[in-house]
Design a protein around this ligand. Sequence first.
Ligand code: PRP
Ligand code: HPA
Length: 175
Amino acid sequence: KNEKIQLLRDAIVSYPDFPKPGVIFRDIFGIFRNIVAMRAMKDLIVEHILFLEVDLVVGLDSRGFLLGPIICMELGKPFLPIRKKGKLPGNVVQHAFTLEYGEATFEIQTEYVKKGARTIIIDDLLATGGSMVAAIKLLKLSGAEVIECLTIIELSGLKGREKLGIPVHSLVQYD
Ligand code: PRP
Ligand code: HPA
């Protein structure tokens, strides 16, 4: 397990001063360029989730979309996206929030969330937690039971975890 986590750590490239001065951007796509690291990532997530008895996996726009479906194929469970506003048709509920650098509104197709569905939310990275808080809100409004938030990377220094009120599992942490 620790070897797999080290593979991920080695594959993530850090870019100082992107997208603006003072921010160190941790780039998940290094993992996707390296098939061994990508498999390790999938294994670590699936091993962790298997015993949680999940009914639904929700991924966040946009990099959560790369992760959710890989996991769903292994679990045999459905995937549902949360998207930035104006992209999803049908009955949507929305919630506005603040990002580490900017603002956004999230939407979900609320009719596809079954009442009480045991749900995990997956994304590439937890920073301030603003996106996750908004996602949790949307899922609760839709009647889901959010079991856990799962990210590949956690920027621990920003203390996003403390805002969620729901367990967080991350694979690689940075201060
Ligand atoms: C990034 C990242 C997370 C979110 C984390 O996405 O992929 O979704 O920010 O930040 P937070 O914890 O402070 O909310 P971004 O909004 O840049 O969108 P993208 O995935 O479409 O690039
Ligand atoms: N990397 C990728 N996405 C992000 C980051 C980061 O460091 N911070 C906020 N969103």
